[in-house]
Write a protein that binds this ligand. Structure first.
Ligand SMILES: Nc1ncnc2c1ncn2[C@@H]1O[C@H](COP(=O)(O)OP(=O)(O)OP(=O)(O)O)[C@@H](O)[C@H]1O
Ligand SMILES: [Mg+2]
Length: 334
């Protein structure tokens, strides 16, 4: 059995604001194995960022973790103190965000910002040793002329190079889990491919576990071992990437596949071509959240949340059409 690095069990997270309760995540369960790249895919608003930010507790003040458990290497994270959480963040678990500019400080050199992340978790190292580590890191992620770049400022870097710096900061302390929330969405296709290669090498060389969040099933196919499909704050389908692509078992996954951009098209185009819009999370539907947009929906789909059905090896899907007794007429799975 492979070791589980991350185990999320029945996670429920809501925001409380003047409109009432936004039920962003409504009972999400999945795990990440050691050395595995797990993709989380879903349209805008499905709960990808809220799920991942819950892990490191980076959510807004108005967010409340209502229920559930998040374990990292067996240790419960949800009950840690702020201080305990800080010692894990950026060391054992780190995160890369979509927009590198908003995460970098424009007033400090690139080198100092990476050095700071190392120094804060390694108080025993001298200044010189820290700088040495930064330069090694720059080489590892293929930043040309590391010595020269060390003293440059964020605005002197291209978007792709800034994202590399963010990756350097995330990798500074050799984390065992890296969470990447759409790290390539803002970048052009060539740079995106370079970043994906970097992450793949990292996983191979250091056996780092990676959670990779994306809109783009094409990226999932290229990079990930396993995938979790999120919709309406729930896992619709989960399985090995090959199984999901060869044998998708949820109408939502079918819809995402049908709207996959062609290989040569601009990959930054957001997947939107499933007709209709996502549910209002202040008042989520009683039944399957996808039912109102589903071509195959029956009466029962809107009435009650479907159970998870095991459809293969570690492959599960939440859909009434897979259950025993579901009619076979107009049923893509029977
Ligand atoms: N600070 C907040 N206050 C209130 N609601 C929020 C807040 N942040 C997120 N939400 C809501 O939580 C739900 C899930 O949002 P989340 O950011 O996780 O989506 P996402 O899948 O990451 O989408 P995207 O692909 O656009 O990044 C959405 O309905 C969103 O409107
Ligand atoms: Mg997001």
């Amino acid at each position: 059995m492979k070791k589980m690095v991350l185990e999320i069990d029945n996670l429920k997270v809501s925001f409380f604001n003047s409109n009432g309760e936004v039920q962003a995540v409504r009972g999400v369960t999945f795990g990440v194995n050691e050395g595995e790249i797990l993709g989380i895919v879903g349209e805008s608003g499905s709960g990808k960022s809220v799920t991942s930010m819950s892990i490191l507790r980076l959510l807004a003040e108005s967010a409340k973790l209502k229920e559930g458990s998040i374990k990292f290497e067996g240790k419960e994270l949800t009950t840690l103190t702020k201080k305990e959480m800080q010692s894990i963040r950026g060391k054992d678990i780190s995160m890369i965000f979509q927009d590198p500019m908003s995460s970098l400080n424009p007033l400090h050199t690139i080198g100092n910002q990476v050095a700071e992340m190392i120094a804060v978790h390694n108080t025993n190292l001298s200044k010189k040793e820290v700088k040495q580590r930064v330069l090694q890191l720059f080489e590892k992620i293929r930043i040309p002329e590391p010595e020269k770049r060390y003293n440059m400022y964020p605005h002197q870097f291209s978007g792709g190079m800034r994202q590399r710096i963010m990756i350097a900061i995330a990798l500074a302390n050799a984390p065992r889990l890296l969470i990447a929330d759409e790290p390539t969405t803002a970048l052009d296709v060539t740079i995106q491919d370079q970043i994906l290669k970097l992450l793949r090498d990292l996983q191979k060389d250091s056996n780092t576990s990676i959670v990779f969040i994306t809109h783009d099933l094409g990226v999932v196919a290229e990079l990930c071992h396993r995938v979790v499909v999120l919709y309406g704050g729930l896992v619709m389908e989960e399985g090995l990437v090959d199984d999901i692509f060869e044998n998708p078992k949820h109408p939502y996954t079918l819809g995402l596949m049908a709207s996959m951009p062609e290989v040569n098209q601009d990959k930054s185009i957001r997947l939107q071509s499933i007709k209709g819009s996502p549910p209002d999370m202040t008042n989520p539907p009683l039944g399957c959240p996808f039912a109102p947009r589903c071509n195959y929906a029956r009466k029962m789909c809107a009435a009650e949340l479907p159970p998870y059905v095991e459809v293969g090896n570690k492959h599960r899907s939440m859909c009434w059409l897979l259950t025993q007794g579901a009619p076979s007429e107009h049923n893509p799975f029977k």
